[in-house]
Design a protein around this ligand. Sequence first.
Ligand code: ZID
Length: 229
Amino acid sequence: GKRAFIAGVADDNGYGWAIAKALAAAGAEILVGTWVPALNIFESSLRRGKFDISRILPDGSMMEITKVYPLDAVFDNPDDVPEDIKTNKRYAGSSKWTVQEVAESVKEDFGSIDILVHSLANGPEVTKPLLETSRNGYLAAISASSYSYVSLLKHFLPILNPGGSSISLTYIASERIIPGYGGGMSSAKAALESDTRVLAFEAGRKRKIRVNTISAGPLRSRAAKAIGF
Ligand code: ZID
């Protein structure tokens, strides 16, 4: 069977969860990466059975998540982590959650994966029009929503089995004007789409890994509600 790592699952409402279920239904083993600040509530909800109905697969069995890894995809390695995050209560309770460390942990635990899914985005100023977006807000959107994918693929590439596949989720606001998708999120998705082409070329040549992005339709995830979509 195939093994999948899905980055960006913190509840049962988003694309990451739905993709995990589809892959589980197709027989894949499921590993997920959960944003550090959301980890406790996700793990306790899982344990308490809050997602049990959502875990039911078409054949009546339940999706098993083999392991949940804490992840913050805006940090590549411990040297990148600023002091205020290191000492933040929600982060100090977990360890090895930078992208490089998560890839190393997955390698230690399982050796390799076949499928890498990026289902995460964050734009702190998403509700602001681009004209009112600060430099920091714009760069944060790009860091969390675009470079996070470059970094994930870079660090997981050595443990992605040749013939494997990687996908991310994008949004058509990259190509067309969609008021309300601000804060540099439209720019971040444009970067993600361009990077997908370049990374498909590079990862295809380097390790025979396919790289695609899917332009998603509307789904009332936590992230979508935050924008009022
Ligand atoms: P979600 O909240 O379930 O997933 C986002 C996840 O990212 C959450 O679990 C966060 O905890 C996690 N996260 C945030 N920052 C970090 C970080 N630094 N490190 C690690 N994890 C982090 O929301 P979702 O399922 O909507 O989002 C998944 C992907 O789908 C994102 O790339 C979205 O941009 C993309 N997407 C979603 C929608 C949608 O409707 N939900 C659309 C397009 C793309 C869309 O906005 N019409 C109107 C709107 C849309 C489509 C059509």
